[in-house]
Design a protein around this ligand. Structure first.
Ligand code: DGJ
Length: 375
């Protein structure tokens, strides 16, 4: 070959053809779930949608999740994958991108976790909520962000973030808890006095003006179309359940505290036979712990404790995972999938997905480990 440039061009084309063919050939056609294994998308790449949630619309499931690199900081944004069978997922790209503008709340280097997308019939918009932490502030901001799109695959436009329920007392809050005790609030954490003060609303009072903290969160649409925002608040000690406005973009001011001092994170919720069920995790950072479960007749409570839903070996660690969503399978009555993340904090992109069927034991939802399973 006379022209060396031409030789390099041919080598270049051959290389990329081989790479793309081998990627395609490694894209499996799944007919089952393999919890904890690498889960390839239809391009053959491990799915990158952590802390995810699923929306079903017009015959397709859409899986939204955190794009993660080695670290957990948001460098890309929220990704979206689509599927018709729940086993094989097509990468639909970035639904909500981090912003280039360094002054944006969702600039690269912020924390964007646990995205949940819902469709609003009244406005014909797709609404995404997610846990937002501002760049350079660790987890101190404790905010919840909202974005909308006209299409399930985006692009979503970021609207704003909240500290929820500013200047609103919860509905299940005693009148006498509204004033700071004359003796002041306890300063030292974890003492019996501090626990009592926490149960009696110390952090709610502290954050009354600027709004309540919001970290791990989910969104739930009730059968009547009302949306609820469920979040870990009060320094992750107490869950807050708030009713959203009709457009799903803001808070109505109607809210309750759930399990004060219970240290619940990673809330996931579903409904069956007139009961709402919630599965959460304990509070141990990226490390796994024992899940918890609850049941209520109304989303606004009271919620009854049902205990650890996991059964068998490693039930005390939720099979090394943490809940993120509970998916009702379309067209299969009473079929629910418990979705969880097996975090890999040393290399977040390698985080795995643990999907297991919800089973029942004496009217309580339970989860058992399975190497693989199909619907
Ligand atoms: C546990 C939460 O559930 C995750 O979403 C994440 O916020 C980590 N904590 C951070 O340590």
């Amino acid at each position: 070959m006379k022209n060396p440039k031409f030789k390099y061009l041919i080598l270049f084309v051959l290389f990329f053809t081989t790479v793309s063919l081998s990627a395609q050939s490694t894209a499996p056609n799944y007919t089952a779930f393999y919890p904890g294994e690498i889960w390839k998308d239809t391009d053959g790449n491990h799915i990158n949608a952590h802390g995810g949630g699923i929306m079903f619309k017009d015959g397709k499931y859409y899986w939204y999740g955190e794009h993660k690199g080695k670290s957990s900081l948001a460098r890309v944004g929220i990704t979206v994958y689509s599927s018709e069978d729940l086993y094989n997922w097509k990468n639909e790209g970035v639904a909500l991108s981090v912003a280039k503008d360094p002054d944006s709340e969702i600039t690269s280097g912020s924390v964007m976790e646990r995205p949940k997308v819902v469709y609003n019939e009244k406005t014909d918009k797709y609404v995404m909520w997610f846990h937002l932490e501002l760049k350079g502030q660790g987890y101190a901001a404790a905010r919840t962000g909202v974005a909308t799109s006209d299409s399930p695959t985006g692009p979503f436009t970021y609207l704003k973030s909240y500290r929820p329920n500013s200047k609103k007392w919860p509905q299940n809050f005693k009148e006498e808890w509204k004033d700071t005790p004359k003796s002041g609030e306890p300063k030292e954490w974890w003492t019996p006095k501090w626990r009592k003060a926490l149960n009696e609303g110390m952090f709610v009072r502290r954050d009354f003006e600027k709004g309540q903290m919001s970290r791990d969160m989910t969104i739930y649409i009730d059968t009547d179309g009302t949306a609820y925002h469920i979040t870990s608040s009060e320094e992750n000690q107490t869950l807050h359940i708030s009713k959203l406005t009709d457009d799903y973009l803001g808070f109505t001011g109607e809210w309750v505290r759930m399990q004060p001092g219970g240290q619940n994170e990673a809330p996931a919720i579903f409904q069956k036979d007139g009961y709402y069920y919630m599965i959460t995790s304990g509070l141990t950072g990226w490390a796994p712990n024992a899940a918890r479960s609850f049941r209520a007749k109304s989303i606004m409570g009271p919620w009854e404790k049902l205990g650890n839903p996991a059964r068998g070996k490693y039930a005390d660690k939720t099979f090394f995972s943490q809940s993120t969503f509970i998916l009702p399978v379309q067209g299969k009555e009473d079929s629910f999938i418990f979705m969880a993340d097996r975090w890999k904090p040393e290399n977040h992109i390698d985080g795995r997905y643990i999907w297991l069927p919800i089973e029942w034991e004496n009217d309580k939802p339970v989860i058992r480990w399975k190497e693989n399973w199909a619907l």
